[in-house]
Every structure is written in structure tokens, then in C-alpha cells.
Design a protein around this ligand. Structure first.
Ligand code: FEO
Length: 424
């Protein structure tokens, strides 16, 4: 495949993107062992020509060279942006300068981002949502609103007459192979799974919503914004997303709420506290509590457990004024799953100062967990009274999980009202 050229996907539909084989890290968090591609597309109809997405700024020259092979700038009627992250909008300002007559189509949620990106409030664009269409004459672009895959602004664009889905980052991966099509390139399964796990996994509820829109389509080809174009068995990739986005463990479908108690212990004191927290939680109907020693496991399966759990409690000793490394390692691995809205708690034994518990509570709040019960700190060996405090921590957490204690909502407007005169 000659990628010095625009590459046809079908009659009047071309890939006009760029290859970036030397990239080894994307957005700091992703490794890219053989680079990536920035896929952009051009669709020609009988009464209009659309460009769908652009490329990273450094690759603008390549993008324009490809685009000029299949369209003149004065022919462009539409610029569709499925996603405004700079790897897809780097060439946008120059494209708008070269084709000022082309109308921009973006999702409703992309509007503020577009203004921030272009540093202008005076922009002509059309916000679109699911079902909205743009006619190119004999061809129609139909939009699917697919927010949070993986930014709030993300959408997909469906070329009805050709059965082609321009999916943005969805179904994409960082895999650079000049042969471009999934039936021609090397084995990219690892990259596809890795990309899902790091980019889409935290938003799996939104993935399921998007799949509800995509599955009914008569798909002939999926054209993502990165990696191979999926023309062979495109529905297999949709099915794989459905599997990946499904609840993985039994508990999520259960009626019971799940509390996972993780701990690490130097002398067995924090371990005894963890057992007591678990025992207390188990006393409450409707809660299933589990206990895991961080020394006996690995981060990846623990992250899977955390994704499915409703509540999390962390037991840590304090050593040199800090919680211990295995706790921090686990807490720093949670960017790939959604933890906000779960309940959290901390507890632990200490020798001198005991800051570890408060530090873990702060971290949990930083991750947007709710920490409804103050943690239990015990100097050295827990007494029976202190173990009872741990059991009560478990019971309280369990009551919050089951809704037996609910968050008190304070109405500030009520609080600020003038006091009324008492009657009688
Ligand atoms: Fe490929 Fe989210 O940008």
C-alpha cells in the first residue's frame, strides 16, 4: 500500500490521514510499540464533499497532500469533527483557512472545546446529535452521539449509503502499518485490547450505550481514527467491545452490595483490624465482604475486583509518616477503571504518628470516592475495644452501602432564609 497517496475505501471515499511509526508513547499513559496512525477521511457526494477529522499538527502537510489528491478546497462543504483532541484537530485551523466555506459539524458537548481550541468565540458551526444528518447529495452523513468515548465531545459518523462508520477513537488502536486495512496488516489484537483497556474501560457504561446505537447498523466497514481500518468482519470488533464492556464478575448482577477490604500488615495488627472490619460488614444483611492481603496478590486482578466492588476499605500501617508502597501502588493503578461514587474507608495500626490512614482517606476523596465514615487508627496492638471500633467501621460502611444510612443533603437556600417567627 502506497501511503504517499490517498487510499480509497470505496467509490469517492478516501483515507487522507498520516502515519506516525516512530511514536513510542501517547498522552503519557500509553505505550505505542510500533507507533500510530492519525486517520482522516474524505467523502465525496453528488452535491458536496466532507472531510471527517484531521491529524496531529506535525502531520498537517501529509494530510493536505493526501486531501489535495482527491478534492479541491473550494469543493469542501463539510468538516466533521468526531473528537476534538489535538491528535485529530491539529490541522483544523489551516483547513478552515483553506476552505472557509466548509461548515463545521461537531457534537453539542464539543462546542466549548472548539472555542477553547481555536481561541475564538465567533465561530460558525453546527452542533449535531443522534439522528441529525448532513446531505452530500447522493450520500448522507448521519451522526451518533457517543459521549465519553473517551472525551465528553466524542461522536461517530455513519455514511448510510456505503455502510461505513467513521468511529473516532472507538474501535481504534495505536498500531502503525502502511497496509492500513485489517485484513492486510500484522497482528494488532494486542494493540486493540490494550487501547480499549486504557482508553475506553473507565467509560464502559457509555460504551454499552454507544453499542446500542451501533449494533443495529448494517456495517460494511469501520473507519476509526487510529490504527487499522476494519473492513474484514467489522461486526466482530463491535461484539468484542460488547464483551469487554460487560460486567466481568458475578457480583455486579447480584442483589448484594460488595465491600472489598484490602490490607497490608507488618506485625499482624492491621491484619486483625481488617478481619474485624470485614466481620462487622458481614453482620449487615445485603452486604458481601471480602478480605485481601496485598502481599498475596497482584495489582491487575485487584483492579478488576475494584471495578466491580461497591465499597473499598484499605488497611495500612504507617511507616516513616506515610502509608506503605503496596497501598499507593494499587491506588495509583485505578485510572483505568471508574471508581467515583464508590464508598471508601481507611484504617490501620501505627507505631508513632499514624498519618497513613488520613493520607489514604485524602487519596480516596481525590479519586472521588465518598468516604462516609472516619477511619480507625490504632497505636500498635488493637485492644478488644479498638477491634470493636473496626467492626463498627465495617457495619457503618455496610449500612451506607445498603442505603440504611443515606447522605444528608443540605439545602443552602433553606439555611440562608430569614428565621420565621415561632407560632404559639
Ligand atoms: Fe485519538 Fe482521543 O484522541
Amino acid at each position: 500500500m502506497d501511503t504517499d497517496q490517498a487510499v480509497p475505501l470505496g467509490p469517492g471515499v478516501h483515507w487522507v490521514g498520516a502515519l506516525d511509526p516512530g511514536l513510542r508513547e501517547f498522552d503519557v499513559i500509553l505505550k505505542t510499540a510500533n507507533g500510530t496512525t492519525y486517520n482522516a477521511y474524505c467523502v465525496r457526494g453528488s452535491a458536496g464533499v466532507a472531510v471527517i477529522d484531521t491529524v496531529k499538527a506535525e502531520y498537517a502537510d501529509t494530510f493536505f497532500a493526501h486531501l489535495e489528491q482527491v478534492a479541491r478546497y473550494d469543493e469542501l462543504t463539510a468538516i466533521v469533527l468526531n473528537h476534538l483532541e489535538p491528535d485529530h484537530t491539529g490541522a483544523l485551523p489551516e483547513l478552515m483557512r483553506r476552505a472557509p466555506q466548509a461548515r463545521l459539524y461537531i457534537s453539542v458537548k464539543a462546542q466549548m472545546m472548539l472555542k477553547a481550541l481555536l481561541k475564538s468565540e465567533a465561530l460558525a458551526y453546527t452542533p449535531v446529535g443522534t439522528g441529525d444528518t448532513v446531505s452530500l447529495g447522493d450520500r448522507t452523513l448521519r451522526f451518533l452521539n457517543t459521549p465519553y468515548l473517551h472525551w465528553p465531545d466524542t461522536q461517530c459518523t455513519w455514511l448510510e449509503e456505503e455502510g461505513m462508520l467513521f468511529s473516532g477513537d472507538v474501535f481504534g488502536c495505536h498500531f502503525c502499518d502502511a497496509r492500513l486495512f485489517n485484513d492486510r496488516v500484522g497482528d494488532f489484537r494486542f494493540s486493540f485490547e490494550y487501547y480499549y483497556a486504557h482508553i475506553m474501560r473507565p467509560f464502559r457504561e457509555y460504551v454499552r450505550d454507544a453499542l446500542d446505537l451501533i449494533e443495529p447498523l448494517e456495517l460494511k466497514l469501520i473507519a476509526p481514527a487510529h490504527g487499522p481500518i476494519l473492513r474484514d468482519a467489522p461486526r466482530a470488533y463491535v461484539q468484542r467491545y460488547r464483551q469487554l464492556a460487560a460486567p466481568q464478575l458475578h457480583n455486579e448482577a447480584d442483589r448484594d452490595k460488595t465491600l472489598i477490604v484490602f490490607y497490608i500488615s507488618s506485625y499482624g495488627n492491621t491484619a486483625r483490624m481488617a478481619q474485624a472490619v470485614r466481620d462487622g460488614a458481614e453482620e449487615i444483611d445485603g452486604v458481601r465482604a471480602s478480605l485481601y492481603d496485598l502481599q498475596g496478590g497482584e495489582v491487575t486482578p485487584f483492579v478488576d475486583l475494584i471495578e466491580e466492588a461497591d465499597g473499598l476499605a484499605f488497611g495500612t500501617p504507617t511507616i516513616n509518616g506515610d502509608a506503605v508502597k503496596p497501598i499507593w501502588d494499587l491506588l495509583s493503578s485505578l485510572a483505568v477503571v471508574k471508581v467515583s461514587e464508590k464508598l471508601g474507608a481507611a484504617f490501620g495500626s501505627y507505631g508513632w504518628s499514624g498519618e497513613g490512614v488520613n493520607m489514604v482517606e485524602d487519596r480516596l476523596r481525590g479519586l472521588k470516592l465518598r468516604v462516609p465514615v472516619k477511619g480507625v487508627r490504632v497505636k500498635l496492638i488493637p485492644t478488644e475495644d479498638e477491634l470493636e471500633k473496626c467492626r463498627e467501621l465495617g457495619r457503618e460502611l455496610a449500612r451506607h452501602l445498603t442505603g440504611r444510612i443515606t447522605r444528608r443533603v443540605i439545602d443552602m437556600a433553606e439555611l440562608l432564609k430569614e428565621p420565621s417567627h415561632a407560632q404559639g
